[in-house]
Design a protein around this ligand. Sequence first.
Ligand SMILES: *Cc1c(COP(=O)(O)O)cnc(C)c1O
Length: 414
Amino acid sequence: MSSPVAVSDQLSGLAGSGVGSAAVLERYDQVLMKTFGTPKRVFVRGEGCYVWDAEGRRYLDLLSGLAVNALGHAHPTVLSAITGQIATLGHVSNFFATPAQVALADRLVAMAAGHRPGRVFFTNSGTEANEAAFKITRLTGRTKIIACEGAFHGRSMGALAITHSAKYREPFEPLPGEVTFVPYGDADALAAAVDGETAAVVVEPIQGENGVVVPPAGYLTRARELTAAHGALLWIDEVQTGVGRTGDWLVHRAEGVDADIVTLAKGLGNGFPIGACVAAGAAAELLGPGSHGSTFGGNPVAAIAGLAVLAVIERDGLLAHATAMGEHLVDAVGRLGHPLVAGVRGRGLLRGIVLTEPIAGAVSDAALDAGFVINAPRPDVLRLAPPLIVTATQLDGFVAALPGLLDTAREGEH
Ligand SMILES: *Cc1c(COP(=O)(O)O)cnc(C)c1O
C-alpha cells in the first residue's frame, strides 16, 4: 500500500495561509536562474480578470500573462475541458494520435490556411513553433531569411537568429546564419532585399515586444506579393497577435493575406502551454517523416485547451468584444488629454500607450502598487493585453487611475 502524498507538502512551506511573498522571493533568488530579474509580486490565485498575491491583495490583470490568458484565469470551460481530458487520457507521445489533437489541427488549418490545404506541427511554445517554421524554410533548397528590425521571435537558437535585439542575440552567437534584417513596415526596403535566393520572409503583423508597433496598411499584402514573385515563403509570426487578441482570429487573414507559414502560441491554450506551426499549400509538405519531432507537442490536454479557447471565443462573441473594448480604451485614454500620453496604438486588445517621456517602467511599477498588472516593453510604451473578456468598467478603472500613475512616475523621476 502506498501512503498518500499531500502535494502541498512538497511546496516546502512556501504556500498556504500565513506564508508571505518574502519567503517565496528569498528562495526564488536562491534556486531560480537569474534570467527574469527579481519578480515584483508572488501570485497565488486567479479568477476572471483578477489575480491575488500572497498577501491577499487583488490586481486587475491587464497583461494576461503576456497575451496568454485570453479567457482570463480559471475559465470554467477551459478548466472542465482540461480536467476532463487529463482524467481520461493525459499523454501518449506522437507515436499515436488523439482525437483532440486532430480536431484542433483541423480548426487551425481552417483558420490559417483558409481555402488551401494545410498541415499543423504542434509545439509547446512560440519559440518552438518558429523553430519548426525555420526548419521548413531550410527544406526549400534556399537558406537566406529576411527578418525585420525590432522583431521578436523567441529565445531558442533558431528563433533568436531572426530576433533583432543585439542584447538578446550577441552573447549567443554564432547563430544560424544568412539572416538579413530590414526596417519594419518599409515595403520598399523589403522589395530591395528579397530575391531569388530568399527562402523566406518572416514578419509579425504587429511587433508586440517592440512596443506594439503597427506597420502601415498594405505592408503584409506587399510582403505577400514580393515573396510570391521571388518564390520565397511568407512566414507570419502571430504568436502574440493571433487567436483573437486583436479582434480577429489572425491579423493577416483579416487583411486578406495568404501566408505559407503561420506560427501561433500565446493565446491558444489560455495558459496551458501549446504552440503551433501551420503551413499551407506546398510549404505544408516540406517536413517529412523523421525531419522534426516533439515528445509533448500536440498533447491531448494542450489540444483540448486550444479547442476550448476557440469554442468560447466563438460562443461568446469575443472577437467583436475585443474590437469594441480596444476602441473603448483608445477613446477613454484619449479623453484624458494627459500631456504625458502621446497616443495609443495597436489593434483590438493588444495596445501600446505611447508616452512622451521614458517613464514607462516607473508607471508600470506604480500601476502594480495601485492594483493593475501592465508592462513596459519599451521605456516610453505601456503595453496592455487584457483578457478578451475584460469589461468596459474594468478598463475605465485603469484609465481613471492612469493620470495619477503617470504623475507619480514622473515625480519619482525628478
Ligand atoms: C512571445 C513571442 C514569441 C516566443 O514565444 P515563447 O512562447 O515565449 O517561446 C515568438 N514570437 C512572438 C511574436 C512573440 O510575441
